[in-house]
Write a protein that binds this ligand. Structure first.
Ligand code: PNS
Length: 164
């Protein structure tokens, strides 16, 4: 029997976008279990709290089998080991992502040689999409319905209305 393969998909997810969801859905076709792990970073408060980001992810991923939503502190490689996993999934949008991703993958490999970083190319339609652009557009009342699921759009609208 082949062992169950668990992959960790880490990120900030502030908030989750259609680009992330495309990657998660494609990762579920390759791995038995995909743990989407939100970084708890106290230096960068972000727009949504960690619990809000996890709630938005949970709702967005409810139709995907084998996906769990979690959060982590500290080093990614320590978290990966604590979950009994040995694969980290990351998305690559454009050449501009490559340098930083390569640096992180190689640094993680130095610390944990048994952990493999698995890169997936973002689908062409989402190659321009990022959470930071979504936050910026939403902050000015611009349209984000092609970029995030409806419940995330509602959450963004509420967030920016409450800060006015
Ligand atoms: O969505 P992001 O912000 O691009 O995700 C970055 C993330 C969470 C993958 C990265 O910042 C990370 O792994 N942070 C945990 C701390 C850590 O392990 N740092 C060393 C990486 S070489």
């Amino acid at each position: 029997m082949t062992p169950m393969r668990t992959a960790i998909y880490p990120g900030s997810f502030d908030p989750v976008t259609y680009g992330h969801l495309d990657l998660i859905e494609r990762a579920t076709r390759i791995f038995d279990r995909v743990i989407v792990a939100v970084l708890r970073n106290t230096d960068k408060p972000g727009l949504f709290s960690i619990e809000e980001r996890m709630g938005l992810l949970r709702e967005a991923c409810q139709s995907f089998a084998g996906v769990e939503i979690d959060a982590f502190d500290g080093l990614l490689v320590d978290y990966v080991r604590s979950k009994g996993a040995d694969v980290v999934v990351r998305g690559l949008r454009a050449v501009s992502d490559f340098e930083h991703e390569l640096q992180m993958a190689l640094m993680n490999r130095t610390m944990a040689p048994e952990v493999e970083t698995f890169f997936m190319m973002t689908s062409a339609g989402y190659s321009f999409l990022s959470s930071s652009l979504v936050r910026e557009i939403a902050s000015f009342g611009g349209p984000v319905h092609d970029l995030v699921p409806p419940h995330v759009e509602v959450a963004l609208r509420r967030k920016f209305q409450s800060s006015l």
